[in-house]
Design a protein around this ligand. Sequence first.
Ligand code: NAD
Ligand code: MG
Length: 399
Amino acid sequence: QGRGARRRITILGSTGSIGESTLSVLAHADGLGEADFEIEALTANRNVERLAEQAKKFKPKFVAVADESLGGDLKAALEGTGIETGAGAAAVEEAASRDADWVMAAIVGAAGLKPTLKAALRGADIALANKECLVCAGDVVTEAIREGGGALLPVDSEHNAIFQVFDFDQPDRVSRLILTASGGPFRTWTREAMLEATPAQAVAHPNWSMGAKISVDSATMMNKGLELIEAAHIFPVGHEQIEILVHPQSVIHSMVEYVDGSVLAQLGTPDMRTPIATTLAWPKRTPSPSAQLNFAEVAKLTFEAPDLHRFPALRLAREAIGAGGIMPAVLNAANEVAVAAFLAGGLKFLDIAAVSEQVLDRAGRLNGPARLSTLEEAMDADAQARRMAEECVAAKAAA
Ligand code: NAD
Ligand code: MG
């Protein structure tokens, strides 16, 4: 199935944490039989200045900014370079539709869904960082990748680890997937202290440097909940076979247990440039700028069971995938709204999960389809859940 050398590359969300790391891996990669990568397209949401800098350095054919009002600025910034520009959601989708062999899907949130689908249906290999699009419409996205004929290459470090040690020829010999979690910045905090946690404290992750939304998700552990749902879509196992284990050092990135008792793991320093390099070169290997693991310095690897009382998001994600249908999309949308409200100072930290739970409860009475089969069903569930979540956030603010 693998193809080796990648030539034409598109990065959706190139100005984000994963996007920047991808460009730094590209600048470092070699040994793929094709030292020069051609960049087809880069996209950003609003950061025109950084997008233009990247474009001047990496010379893509096309760049797009999602915020339509910034189209003029982008055009002006790239005047005379010969690089085509576009603005608005349709321009981001155009970037995804262009002829690249390998597309990094690194837009944050459900906003990445449509562009990712475009690239998938066209048959590009999809390096998938955007976990929300699998949570929101996993069946639709995996089906689109199958239909297009490209590979799904998981970028999320846990899924990338499992991908590297999963025996796809005998999935029935896998007994368990063990998803490791750092536990986030509040791993050792009391519930009372978490009540007053600020956005600055929530985004200060102990091991990883990431975008604001995923950092808050790590603090609530909703990130691990979303990853549970993501794993159930990527790997042919039931969600009951996926266990979450807190491992504060983030050295073991996840594990696969087989029926004979063998447990295979992938290890490394907590640096996204390693999983990104894996997806870029797959099925080969290419150097990445990540630091090597120094076992003597790490000295100790420890493990704990997750605390569902302080981190109810883990329970909510289990319930959502257990219920199936629209529920994971509902959970994802409610969480996106609640995290945005928390980051804006309009919601307490523990209310992020509370809002998600209220929206799941309300949506449970909606009677949606048992299995999502179209993009429209997913988008519809997403939109309804966002409205409900806005109401719940407003009610909390008024209380
Ligand atoms: P980020 O916030 O740093 O970057 C997000 C990117 O998406 C930016 O380029 C931004 O301009 C673009 N974007 C945002 N909203 C958009 C919209 N509405 N339309 C079009 N583009 C938009 O986020 P990140 O940390 O790089 O994470 C990206 C994705 O990768 C997320 O889904 C996250 O869960 C996943 N992920 C990130 C990490 C990490 O270490 N950062 C690890 C695993 C998975
Ligand atoms: Mg992860």
